[in-house]
Write a protein that binds this ligand. Structure first.
Ligand code: DGL
Length: 271
């Protein structure tokens, strides 16, 4: 048995591509339909009500593309708006619980830091999962508001002084806390991994939610006979603002050339 329909993935912008990159590795035969809400990024500074409204629209768009499952490749939606998926006709995967489980598996000293958007940090969603699995863990939550605009602007080089200074300021409390494991609780943040490790040192394990989530999706598809076994995958990308800059950035972030013809603009408010 096999289901040839695509996997639907969405995020507020470019960040979800860090999850797509992991899906390419874990499930190389799957078609992917990606929606990046580039016209409304960031989500993480908005109210829960607005984030839920956006998440519902993003999910409905992917449903209209006839996907077989949906991944909220967005820490913010996963933290505060996962319930918008309750009525979806297809399975739904979020990124918070998989990252939290991976962190519990990785920590040696029980000190886990979580960095994310304002909305994610306020929700304490990672902390709840961590403490349910490891009640004596110590958890530090830190929002890093400027990381998303930096990444969307294409500023993520670990040699860039502005990037290093920004990362260093936000991560000072993490360093002082003595965490040995850091959850990159926003899917934009793995793009800053090199800069983050330069500041914190290689001995702090960085948890990329995409890796653990891609693994969980693979187990689900294979376990239910729904994996696509055909060998020529097709990927389509949709954005809610002009596609040009997305094409350029996505090619860099995914490490492979994205054909501009496969990136289309969607009027997400008028589906
Ligand atoms: N990449 C998203 C996340 O994981 C969204 C960031 C934002 O739009 O603020 O939280």
């Amino acid at each position: 048995m096999s289901d040839k329909r695509a996997i639907g993935v969405f995020d507020s912008g470019l960040g979800g591509l860090t999850v797509v990159k992991e899906l390419f590795k874990a499930l190389p035969n799957e078609d992917i339909v990606y929606f990046g809400d580039t016209g409304r990024v960031p989500y993480g500074t908005r109210s829960v009500e607005t984030i839920k409204k956006y998440a519902r629209q993003d999910e409905q768009f992917l449903i209209s593309r006839d996907v077989k499952l949906i991944i909220a490749a967005c820490g913010t939606v996963s933290s505060v708006a996962a319930d918008t998926a309750n009525d979806l006709p297809v399975p739904f995967f979020e990124v918070v619980s998989h990252a939290a489980k991976a962190a519990v598996g990785a920590t040696k000293n029980g000190k886990i830091a979580v960095i994310g958007t304002n909305a994610t940090v306020k929700s304490r969603q990672h902390e709840k999962v961590i403490l349910s699995l490891m009640p004596n863990a110590q958890v530090l939550n830190q929002s890093c508001t400027l990381f998303v605009p930096l990444v969307e602007e294409g500023w993520y080089s670990a040699d860039d002084v502005v990037v290093l200074e920004t990362v260093s300021r936000y991560l000072k409390p993490v360093f002082e806390f003595g965490a040995d494991t850091l959850i990159l609780g926003c899917t934009h943040y793995p793009i800053l991994s090199e800069a983050i490790s330069k500041i914190l040192g290689d001995e702090v394990t960085l948890i990329n939610a995409g890796t653990a989530t891609a693994q969980a999706v693979r187990e689900y598809l294979e376990g239910n006979g729904l994996a696509n076994t055909s060998s020529k995958p097709n990927h389509s990308f949709y954005v809610s603002d002009k596609p040009d800059s997305f094409v350029k950035q996505a090619s860099v972030l995914l490490g492979c050339e994205i054909d501009g013809n496969n990136v289309q603009k969607v009027d997400i408010n008028n589906l």
